[in-house]
Every structure is written in C-alpha cells, then in structure tokens.
Design a binder for this molecule. Structure first.
Ligand SMILES: O=C(O)COP(=O)(O)O
Ligand SMILES: [Mg+2]
Length: 227
C-alpha cells in the first residue's frame, strides 16, 4: 500500500471555535483600559493573522493609541495563553483526527496562534498526541500566509516533499494564501472564520462537517497497491 499522506491542520476556526475565549480576553483588557468592549462577531472577524494583527485591528476599531500596543498585547497574553473555558472543538473534529491517525496519517498543526496557547488548548482537549509537529505564530519570524511555517511543519513531520504528497486543512484567507505560496493542496473547512465566499477562495476541496473529512482525504489521496 502507498504511505498515508501527511496532513497539517490550522487550529483557530478549523479544529476549535476559540473566538469566544479570544473575545473574552480582548474585552477584559479593553475594560481595564476604560475602552468600550467589542462584540463577538467583530473580534471573530479580526482573528486569523495572529495576536499582533488582532490588536492592530482592535486599536484601529476603537481609535486607541498605537503606542499602547505592546502593553495591551502583554495584558492580553497574560490571559490568553491558557484561556480554554469558552473554546469548543468543532463537532466531529476529534473523531476525524482519531480516524486519520488510525489510518496512519502523520499530522501536524500550523497556526498563527502563539505556541504556548496552542499547546495549552491542544492539551486541554486531549489532542496533543495526534500531532508530530506543532508550529505556532511565534515559532518562526514569518506567519501565514507566508509559506515558511507550513514548510516547517511538514519538515518537522519528516515530509520534505509536502507539495507533492501532503494536504493542508484550514479555514481562512491566511491559510489559503499560505497553501498556495507553499504549493500544498488546500482543504477548506467552510465553518470557520473566513470573510471571502467559498467560491472566491483558492482550494482543492471544501467541507462543512468533519464527518466528511476522512472520505475526502481518501478520495484526494487514494491508496493504490504498490507495484
Ligand atoms: O490566532 C490567530 O489569529 C489565528 O490562528 P489560526 O492560524 O489557528 O487560525
Ligand atoms: Mg484559522
């Protein structure tokens, strides 16, 4: 049989719905600074490019002083690094990961979320053992949509030739751009935090429910008997 392909997953908006925790941490910091809180939809629309971009958008939305950015980010990170109480796994995500692991797929995480917060949320949901490589938003100088984090995740899985063999599963424009820049086929989870209509995003296939994922992977990477 052919070797099961490596699969790299995005995290926020793909495996987990973490926007409610991000929203709560943001609003705690805003309240502490006597700034009007932001609605959940607004904060969710700011997620995808990492913590620095999140706060650039919050500062622009609330007309805050950009000079306060480092202090605001530090106050946010003190809460965010272990914030899991309001975060939920998307239905069927854990079952799909287990099924793909049972089929022998090496799996990794490539997220713009900071690494400490990533490791804490993976541990919280009992997912750590599924992933042979975890690259966070602060693991490298570059973040998605730069291709470097995705290349690094596949390399850490021992899959240097990821472009030919691997798959990247994500929810956002940052993921689609990263996959294209890295020449890795992209599976779009349509239930996450994207802004762009599905048909306007570059992707090889899409799914709206994790019960569809294993079949999709097997269709995209059929196991052909060797020889
Ligand atoms: O934290 C973010 O802004 C985005 O994280 P993600 O790359 O897992 O979607
Ligand atoms: Mg995402």
């Amino acid at each position: 049989m052919s070797v099961p392909c490596p699969i790299v997953f995005d995290l926020d908006g793909t495996l987990i719905d973490s926007a409610p925790d991000i929203h709560a941490c943001v609003n705690t910091v805003l309240r502490e600074n006597a700034v009007t809180p932001l609605p959940l939809d607004r904060v969710r629309s700011f997620v995808g490019g990492g913590v620095e971009l999140l706060w650039s958008r919050i500062i622009a939305a609330r007309g805050l002083d950009p000079a306060d950015r480092p202090v605001l980010i530090a106050a946010f990170m003190a809460r965010y690094h272990d914030a899991t109480a309001l975060t939920r796994l998307y239905p069927g995500a854990a079952e799909a990961l287990a099924a793909l692991a049972d089929l022998g797929h090496p799996m990794g995480i490539c997220t713009n979320k900071p690494l400490a917060a990533t490791r804490n949320v993976l541990a919280h949901f009992g997912l750590t053992g599924f992933f042979g490589a975890v690259i966070g938003g602060d693991s490298l100088p570059q973040k998605k949509p730069h291709p470097a984090p995705l290349h690094a995740t596949f390399a850490a899985l021992g899959a240097e030739d990821a472009a030919a063999a691997g798959l990247f599963v994500g929810d956002s424009e940052f993921d689609a751009g990263c996959a294209a820049a890295a020449s890795v086929p992209f599976l779009l989870f349509t239930g996450g935090y994207r802004h762009t209509p599905v048909e306007q995003m570059a992707h090889e296939a899409s799914f709206s429910d994790f019960s569809q994922l294993v079949r999709l992977v097997l269709e995209m990477r059929p196991r052909v008997p060797a020889g």
